[in-house]
Design a protein around this ligand. Structure first.
Ligand code: SAH
Length: 396
């Protein structure tokens, strides 16, 4: 296994040795010239000792992403089959997937396959290849995934901006096997959800919020529920099915709300649900001024922080929306508030929400600290993989 070699500068081997899979360009002393993107390279420390084998990405600041820390492990179709089998065992243990369910089968770095995202929606798989290494092996990965899951086809949704950092164009379309239908109906607990894998956000659904949607159930019987940034309705549908007296779904996206409406029909909650298309900040302010109140509010905004530089403005956004949330809560009400920005650390998020509570002059107790569902695991040495944070709060 003579791969081209990448040699690190002295002292730059620690995180890689511990299991963080990224090697930054600034840590490299000597690198191969003219090597194809995605080719396998061996990474050595400054003394020449072997550290890891990974994928070469000449266009990216993350110059290598490690596939393996085992020197005798080749990166070939069998390697991807092994990683996939291990990932599938976890999902089976979790009781996820199957021909009616939906789950994340491969969570990239978190499942030992940097840049590879694979989601399952009933009998269809949807893949995203986000790095040069993932791109180089896309066909092997798709074939292995189809075999291992006995699904009907793999659809690709590599139409994401991060690909540009790897020098890759965006791409979407059928990759292997049957094309998915325009809509797939999946089950999530008692819910049934329509998914448009071609045009939906991410690969169609926010699978990372599955457990948190279920977590609202105990608090909603007879409650007035407001689901802000509702997308296709997830939290509001869960609340409706669990006995909310009234559900308000709010999003600015018309196609998302259209699916939310049809999901409400499908789950028998339409008569108790209103759908509002508006900018959340403006609408919540309006409702605050009108004195409207809710017993449970979900705030699940999109990523406000794309880079560390935007952190300050993002903090203001989070504080603003949470302040409005607190003001709209009835006494004893519950706020489920989230941040999916990786750059927003959990402690900073808690602090930001605490500032909002202080400005709203409310005391609140933390009922639960929430995160991404366990089919979105992250490496112990790869904290960047923990991106979804949430707090379930009750005002006192
Ligand atoms: N909670 C959802 C996922 C939310 S994703 C679920 O469980 O499925 C974030 C959503 O916020 C998207 O649907 C997007 O259309 C919406 N959005 C983004 N900015 C918005 C704004 N300013 N006002 C209202 N909705 C917004």
């Amino acid at each position: 296994m003579a791969n081209p070699e990448v040699t690190l500068k002295p002292g730059r081997e620690h995180t890689l040795r511990r299991g963080h899979p990224w090697v930054f360009a600034t840590s490299i002393a000597r690198e191969p010239q003219g090597l194809a993107p995605g080719a396998s390279v061996d990474v050595l420390d400054a003394t020449g000792a072997w550290l890891a084998r990974g994928a070469w990405s000449p266009a990216s600041q993350i110059r290598v992403r490690a596939w393996t820390w085992q020197r005798d492990e080749a990166i070939d179709a069998a390697f991807f089959r092994r990683r996939l089998a291990a990932a599938l065992r976890l999902r089976e243990t979790l009781g996820l997937g199957g021909h009616e369910g939906a789950c994340r089968v491969l969570n990239a770095e978190g499942d030992g396959l940097p840049g590879v995202v694979l989601d399952r929606y009933g009998p269809h798989l949807v893949a995203q290849f986000l790095s040069a290494g993932a791109e180089a092996f896309r066909e092997e990965i798709a074939r292995a995934a189809l075999e291992a899951t006995a699904c009907r086809g793999v659809y690709e949704r590599s139409d994401v901006e991060v690909r540009a950092k790897e020098g890759l164009p965006q791409r979407a379309g059928a990759l292997l096997g049957d094309e998915p239908p325009p809509e797939i109906t999946i089950r999530e607990g008692e819910l049934r959800l329509l998914v448009d894998v071609r045009n939906g956000h991410k690969t169609g659904l926010y699978l990372d919020q599955r457990d948190n949607r279920a977590a609202v159930a105990p608090f909603v019987r007879g409650a007035r529920v407001l689901n802000v940034f509702c997308y296709t309705g997830g939290f509001g549908l869960a609340a409706g099915v669990a006995g909310a007296s009234q559900v308000t779904q709010l999003d600015q996206s018309a196609p998302a709300l259209e699916l939310a409406r049809r999901n409400a029909e499908l789950n028998g909650t339409a008569a108790r649900t209103e759908h509002v298309q508006a900018d959340a900040f403006a609408k919540l302010r309006e409702w605050r001024d009108e004195g409207r109140r809710f017993d449970l509010i979900v705030l699940d905004p999109p990523k406000f922080v794309a880079s560390a530089a935007q952190l300050d403005s993002a903090r203001r956004g989070y504080k603003d929306i949470n302040l409005l949330g607190f003001k709209l809560l009835a006494p004893g009400g519950v706020l489920c508030t989230f941040s999916c920005s990786g750059h927003m650390q959990p402690e900073m998020f808690r602090e930001t929400v605490a500032e909002a509570a202080a400005d709203a002059r409310v005391q609140a107790q933390v009922l639960r600290q929430l995160g991404q569902a366990p089919d979105h695991p992250f490496g112990l040495h790869y904290p960047e993989g923990f991106y979804l944070k949430g707090l379930m709060l009750r005002v006192m």
